[in-house]
Ligand binder design. Structure first.
Ligand code: NAD
Length: 362
């Protein structure tokens, strides 16, 4: 594995990979730090029953690199990092998360972590007894509460920016938006669309309860079966449920001008971003438009401030307009334009920091 680790680190640009093992609790965790040009690394801890240690390594390298881009584009002063814990989440225990906390604390503020797939805020209450470097904390532990509110707000701003780029106005009044997924984010997004914008919404969810709940609030709302949402003739398709929804099967069905929503990893492969670009469908890159939750988590490192979080999240609007401009000028798909923006920011900050300081700002 050691040869593979260094080869991968070289290819993907990682700084550091740390293997953590605790015999008593059974903790097996890998922390990957991708890039700390902008500040300490930030990224959640995923727990999965990986088929092999190599699979876990591949995942943590991929996810930590993704965090560099997500932090970089959202304007926060953090770099990319991630942890994977190898094991069945059903088997997790207090000791594992305390052990993880102690390992994180050895990094002395170079890395902050919190929840991801397979872990919950309650797990990290155990870690917090051993480390100061946990974000996404429960409210009673200084956290900011549900990130869905911030995420939905950022997605709403992202839809407005996309409309501005496509139609010349950011008003969504009368625009038809097909919303896939009425969970924590989807429900709040629909509220913004209907109450703040006067948009027309067609919604779907695999949960009949979620649909009923929405209909009880907004009787005028149109709904459809989950597999029909791709074919809805609309202005904006908004994925807020699953990843990989823009794929070989769905892309031909889309009858929209814009794809913009909260779901992670919407493009099954990069080529699907290329196809959207060729078709003239404007794609708001997922990791940009859904950055509200990350912005909230990052804010907890200092001291959570709701107004500051909302103000920073509102910037998603301007950031997306910059990305759309780069895409147009360089004639590249928007997911590539977002990468260009991040890489430029990293280069600028690295250059600025060449100036020697007797003492770095805390
Ligand atoms: P959630 O689990 O609360 O809601 C997801 C909803 O999608 C559920 O109601 C589920 O029934 C529905 N769904 C699942 N499969 C579906 C399908 N095939 N068709 C239609 N509906 C389907 O999740 P959430 O917190 O609302 O997040 C939504 C998406 O945004 C997820 O992809 C999540 O990873 C992403 N995201 C969320 C946040 C956040 O702060 N919550 C931040 C960034 C990204």
């Amino acid at each position: 594995m050691s040869e593979q680790v260094f080869r991968e680190m070289e290819q993907q640009g990682h700084e550091q990979v740390i293997f953590n093992y605790d015999k008593k609790t059974g903790l097996k965790a890998i922390i990957a730090i991708h890039d700390t040009t902008l500040g300490p690394a930030l990224g959640g801890c995923r727990m999965m029953d990986y088929e092999s240690d190599d699979d876990a390594l591949t995942d943590v390298l991929r996810l930590s690199k993704g965090m560099t881009y997500k932090c970089g584009v959202s304007g926060v002063d953090y770099g990319g990092g991630k942890t994977v814990m190898i094991g069945d989440p059903e088997q997790k225990n207090e000791g594992m998360f305390r052990a993880l906390g102690r390992f994180v604390q050895t990094m002395r503020g170079r890395y902050y972590t919190g929840t991801d797939v397979g872990t919950s805020p309650d797990d990290f209450i155990h870690s917090m007894r051993e480390t100061d470097c946990i974000v996404g904390r429960p409210v009673e532990f200084g956290g900011g509460g549900s990130t869905a509110i911030t995420t939905a707000y950022g997605v709403w701003q992202g839809l407005k920016a996309s409309a501005k780029a496509k139609y010349g106005t950011d008003s969504l009044s009368g625009k038809k938006v097909a919303v896939q997924g009425l969970g924590k984010v989807g429900q709040l997004l629909v509220k913004h669309l209907i109450e703040d914008e006067g948009a027309e919404v067609v919604a779907t969810d695999i949960s009949k309860d979620a649909i009923e709940e929405l209909k009880s609030k907004y009787s005028q709302i149109e709904t459809c079966e989950p597999d029909q949402i791709y074919e809805v003739d609309c202005d904006i398709f908004s994925p807020n449920a699953l990843g990989a929804v823009i794929n070989d099967f769905t892309i031909e069905k889309l009858k929209c001008d814009i794809v913009a929503g909260s779901a992670n990893n919407q493009l099954q492969e990069d080529k699907h971003g290329d196809i959207l670009f060729e078709k003239g469908i404007l794609y708001a890159p997922d990791y940009v438009i859904n950055a509200g939750g990350l912005i909230q988590a990052a804010d907890e490192v200092k001291e959570f401030n709701h107004d500051r979080v909302m103000k920073t999240t509102a910037r998603i609007y301007e950031i997306l307009l910059d990305i759309f401009k780069i895409s147009e000028e360089k004639r590249v798909p928007t997911y590539q334009a977002a990468n260009i923006l991040v890489e430029d920011r990293l280069d600028t900050v690295a250059e600025v920091r060449k100036n020697f300081l007797v003492e770095e700002k805390k």
